[in-house]
Write a new protein. Structure first.
Length: 220
């Protein structure tokens, strides 16, 4: 049985600010829910039932926050939003941040970014400066839309635009004029490659090296 709340719908994106009520923090546009301003929300609850409810609320918050800001990876440091509330001087402890991420991982909604991971952005290869030792800072992919869901969205775009049989680079998908104005444009390169991998598994595409530092994909 699924333990993580469903990912927030598209209605929670910045393009629809009236869809969610909440309280704003300085220099942030996300409407935080009222429990974010209760100090106990940042303290691990000892009762199992209460703790499960707490994890569910934190998981929903992370998915909604990342979708709102279109974040594909999130810093896991306690001093950063959304783990820190400067208004009430409360932050989630590193071990509790790990607990929330692990809760999301159970349903495929999060994945730690490995320390020193090689990152392919479609044109260049760089090394992630800091990464995911579980619960010790670093970063995690937060899948407000899973790679499988992104893959289906990409397949739909391919069908709608008549791209079957075409060869495109990952860079073109992320930053090309063909995807401008769609949700594909501006995607995190690693998440995009993971999404394309799900299309490959369904036998609908093939990924190959199209240059020294660039990946290409052909859709069937």
């Amino acid at each position: 049985m699924s333990t993580t709340p469903p990912a927030p719908s598209d209605s929670s994106t910045p393009n629809n600010p009236k869809s969610t009520t909440g309280t704003l923090l300085p220099n942030d546009t996300y409407p935080f829910p009222r429990e974010f301003f209760f100090p106990p929300f940042f303290t691990r609850q000892t009762n199992l039932t209460t703790h499960h409810a707490q994890l569910t609320k934190w998981s929903s918050l992370l998915l909604s926050y990342c979708r709102h800001h279109r974040l594909f990876r999130l810093s896991l440091y306690p001093d950063t939003l959304p783990f820190n509330n400067p208004r009430i001087n409360r932050r989630l402890a590193p071990g509790d941040i790990k607990g929330v991420v692990d809760f999301l991982r159970k349903d495929g909604r999060a994945e730690y970014v490995p320390l020193g991971q090689t990152k392919k952005d479609g044109t260049t290869t760089t090394t992630t400066a800091r990464g995911g030792e579980a619960g010790e800072g670093g970063e995690a992919f937060i899948y407000w839309r899973t790679p499988e869901e992104w893959g289906s969205l990409i397949e739909g775009w391919v069908e709608e635009t008549g791209q079957r049989g075409s060869v495109l680079t990952v860079y073109e998908l992320r930053e090309g004029e063909g995807t401008r104005g769609t949700e594909i444009w501006g995607m995190d390169g690693d998440v995009l490659v993971k999404a394309l991998g799900t299309v490959v598994k369904r036998g609908k595409a093939q990924i190959f090296q199209s240059g020294e530092d660039s990946l290409g994909v052909k859709f069937f």
